[in-house]
Design a protein. Sequence first.
Length: 329
Amino acid sequence: MAKRVLITGAAGFLGSHLCDYFIQKDYEVIAMDNLITGQMKNIEHLMPLPNFEFYHHDVSKYVHISGELDYILHFASPASPIDYLKIPIQTLKVGSLGTHNLLGLAKAKNARILVASTSEVYGDPLVHPQTEDYWGNVNPIGPRGVYDEAKRFQEAITMAYHRFHQVETRIVRIFNTYGPRMRLNDGRVLPAFIGQSLRGEPMTIFGDGSQTRSFCYVSDLVEGIYRLLMSDYPYPVNIGNPDEITISQFANEIKALFDGKPEIVYKPLPQDDPMQRQPNISKAKELLNWEPKVERKEGLKITLEYFKSLSKEDLYELDHKDFGSFNKF
């Protein structure tokens, strides 16, 4: 019998790549997404497959899956500042209620669960690069606090279920990741720069561009997640690319990909935007024998080709979704 895996947030950027990965390994994949930020086009190629099924469901409400279940990967959550600033209550609920529901499902099914945490748990870090034993520097009441604290709570309740109920848990702290299927309008730096350049607009840098990020290509990240899931390590592990670069340097790398050499403009830095972001991946190397392999130059080329393939409608996509109803309760 094939192993069965539930992937939440399955129609999102990372979730859809995880669906592909597990399908290729002949798992039975149960995909779940409420499509607030996910897009069906990311997984429509999987819909005809006999070992793939999709449930349109909000994991903040009770989750039921019939039959046996071997693994759960909890990737449901808004993951970009534009999204979680528009739907702050839903962001908090999916990190708290959603995680609680899925941990309960893992306990009932005797399934192993991996939850997707984030480098945002480190906030605007005072330690560089960030190691898993660093507790972070987070503003709990700032505009980004809804995401940061949702993920910090998610880690806490996951460890509580591990310690109190002996649930098999894994926690991945994901650093900046990029690749095909990112949404051009989600506010993250890479799709923002590429989208602006493709539309002939200036690239917008917030702040003076001296803040740093580290970009991991999606296939490397997915491989690291799988290795962590199959490990016996229940504590958080950083998965990301330690190749640090300033936002200004990154903008110039993107600029060099375009013949028109787009202009760069500067705007004020948003509140609580972290100035440094670089993972220490010593633990991933030691425990998982994992480190990223895709060079940024190669990954950017693949990602740019994906964005170039989008329709004109997608390229000029505005956010048409009405998030209002999700924040009423």
